[in-house]
Design a protein around this ligand. Structure first.
Ligand code: SAM
Length: 219
C-alpha cells in the first residue's frame, strides 16, 4: 500500500470508503471521551471525511493529515469552506481556520504539527494499512501525540483469508498488542458491521464485525 496506490484511488475516484453522512459511531461514542468542546482533535489519514465538519461543529479545532491534494481540495470545495494554502516543511498546509489539513505523509508528521492534541478520531486509518505498516503507524502516532491524548478508534473484523484489504481486518488482540504497552485500551462496542464493502459479498464474506475503542496514551 504505497503512496501511489492511494493517489491513484483519488485520481480515479475509487473512494468507496468515503461516507456522505457523519459516521454513526463517531456521533454515538465521541461524548464518551469527555473532551472539552474546544479541545484540539487530530484526524489521521483524513481523506475528505465529513466527520471533520462534525468535530468542528462540536467546537473542536481539527487538524487532519492526508496524502492526496485531490482529497484535501475536494474537502474544502464540498464544504464550501474558505481556506488558504502554504508550505509547512514537507507539507502543504491548507488552513481553513477551525479545520487545517496537512497534505503529505503521515509518517513525516512531528510532535509540532499535533501539539496540544487531546482527541484523535481514527476511522479508516489503521485499517487502511497492511500489517507491518499498522505497527509503524501505531508507533509513530504514539511517538508524536501528547501524553493523555485519547483516541476513538474504529476497526472492522472479517475473515482475512477470504478477502484482501483495504480495509484490513484488525482483531482485538492486535489492537491490544499495538497500543497496550503505552495506553489504556477499552472496547466500547462490538457489533455486526454496518460498513461492509460491497465486494466482500462477492468474495464470500457475508458477515463482519466492527469494534470501537477508546485508547488513552499513558506513557
Ligand atoms: C481508507 S481512506 C479513509 C479516509 C478517511 N479517514 C475516511 O474515513 O473517509 C485512507 C486515506 O488515507 C490516505 N493515506 C494513505 N496513506 C497515507 C499516508 N502515509 N499519509 C497520509 N495519508 C495517507 C489515503 O489517501 C486515503 O485518503
Amino acid at each position: 500500500m504505497d503512496h501511489e496506490f492511494w493517489l491513484e484511488r483519488w485520481r480515479t475516484n475509487q473512494i468507496g470508503f468515503h461516507q456522505a453522512d457523519f459516521n454513526a459511531r463517531l456521533t454515538q461514542h465521541w461524548p464518551t471521551l469527555g473532551l472539552a468542546t474546544d479541545a484540539r482533535v487530530f484526524v489521521p489519514l483524513c481523506g475528505k471525511s465529513r466527520d471533520m465538519l462534525w468535530l468542528a461543529g462540536a467546537g473542536h479545532a481539527v487538524t487532519g493529515v492526508e496524502l492526496s491534494s485531490t482529497a484535501v481540495e475536494a474537502f474544502f470545495a464540498e464544504a464550501g469552506a474558505p481556506h488558504s494554502r502554504r508550505q509547512a516543511g514537507p507539507f502543504a498546509f491548507y488552513d481553513g481556520g477551525r479545520i487545517g489539513i496537512y497534505c503529505g505523509d503521515f509518517f513525516a508528521l512531528t510532535e509540532r504539527e499535533v501539539a496540544g492534541t487531546a482527541g484523535v478520531f481514527d476511522r479508516g486509518a489503521l485499517i487502511a494499512l497492511p500489517p507491518a505498516m499498522r505497527r509503524r503507524y501505531a508507533e509513530h502516532l504514539l511517538n508524536i501525540l501528547p501524553v493523555g491524548a485519547q483516541s476513538l478508534l474504529l476497526t472492522i473484523e472479517y475473515d482475512q483469508a477470504r478477502a484482501s484489504g483495504p480495509p484490513f481486518s484488525v482483531q482485538p488482540e492486535e489492537v491490544a498488542d499495538l497500543f497496550g504497552a503505552r495506553c489504556s485500551v477499552e472496547l466500547l462496542e462490538r457489533s455486526p458491521t454496518q460498513e461492509m464493502p460491497p465486494r466482500f459479498y462477492v468474495q464470500g464474506i457475508h458477515e463482519a464485525g466492527e469494534s470501537t475503542y477508546r485508547i488513552i496514551k499513558e506513557r
